[in-house]
Design a protein around this ligand. Structure first.
Ligand code: B12
Length: 215
């Protein structure tokens, strides 16, 4: 068993036995940055736990506490603010009609650490999200959804933004988009990435495109 496989196994055991102290120790032993650890360890292990729950092998309470442990550790480890150096179009991040917040938390940290000024809209319903995008003149909107039903709502979001004539670049992500690689196009998004860190290159590219449209 490789070192990474051993740590995955240990992390799964720590999360399923609701052991935050052991989870923190595994993070320290990994020698990774918080973002690397979240993407290389939390994400696959939580995927595995989610699949076990679907098969009835673990209880919902175990998913719940596992998610909470990851969330509280990430809140401890990730900086809430970065240097905010770059001058970009208005960028916002939101979770659409969903209570899964970890992906958005990572997204905010990664983008802020990358020097992007972003507004965190938190959890939003479609109507309130459209209103905020319009009133705050958002040009790049990053949406995180983990439930398939929420991911499909992005199609309606795109329709509403287009109807209002709002020129918004829509970036989507979360489990449904990782599991179905075509889904982002089907819901009318402009881009996706399986990881939060992948959003940096996308935001860079889209910022250039928005800048070009404004000239
Ligand atoms: C932890 C968890 C919970 C926790 C959430 C805690 C919290 N505060 O976030 C709790 C227990 C609350 C929960 C509740 C529920 N959950 Co849940 N949950 C999970 C689980 C196991 C892990 C999710 C997670 O946090 N992963 C870790 C983070 C870091 O990963 P991530 O969000 O995917 O983000 C990564 C990438 O996707 C990407 N990313 C994310 N967003 C974005 C956005 C952009 C723009 C970009 C570029 C990238 C990006 O970046 C991150 C990596 O860098 C998943 C399993 C799974 N496969 O995802 C199920 C899962 C999402 N849950 C599921 C379900 C069904 C539920 C419940 C309905 C259960 C119930 N019966 O009550 C409720 C519904 C809550 C709601 N209304 O939203 C299902 C959804 C199935 C479906 N087809 O829709 C899943 C897939 C489990 C399963 N296999 O069935 N859940």
């Amino acid at each position: 068993m490789s070192n990474a496989q051993r740590l995955h196994h240990e992390l799964e055991t720590a999360l399923l036995s609701l052991n935050k102290v052991a989870t923190r120790r595994i993070y320290k032993d990994s020698g990774l940055t918080p973002t690397e650890f979240a993407e290389e360890y939390f994400m696959p292990v939580l995927d595995l736990i989610g699949a076990k729950w679907e098969r009835g092998e673990v209880a919902l309470s175990q998913i719940y506490v596992s998610g909470r442990i990851c969330e509280s550790l990430l809140n401890e480890l990730l900086p809430s603010d970065g240097p905010e150096l770059k001058k970009t179009p208005n960028i916002a991040v939101a979770v659409l009609e969903d209570s899964h917040l970890l992906g958005k938390r990572l997204l905010c940290s990664v983008l802020r650490a990358g020097g992007y000024k972003i507004t965190d809209f938190g959890q939003q319903h479609l109507e309130s999200l459209v209103i905020r995008v319009q009133s705050e003149k958002i040009r790049i909107l990053l949406v995180s959804t983990l439930m398939l039903s929420s991911a499909l709502r992005v199609k309606e979001l795109r329709r509403r933004l287009d109807t209002l004539g709002l020129k918004v670049k829509l970036v989507v992500g979360g489990a449904p988009f990782r599991f179905d690689e075509q889904l982002w196009q089907e819901v009318g998004a402009d881009a996706t990435s399986p990881t939060a860190s992948g959003a940096i290159a996308i935001v860079q590219r889209l910022s250039r495109e928005v800048h070009g449209e404004n000239i």
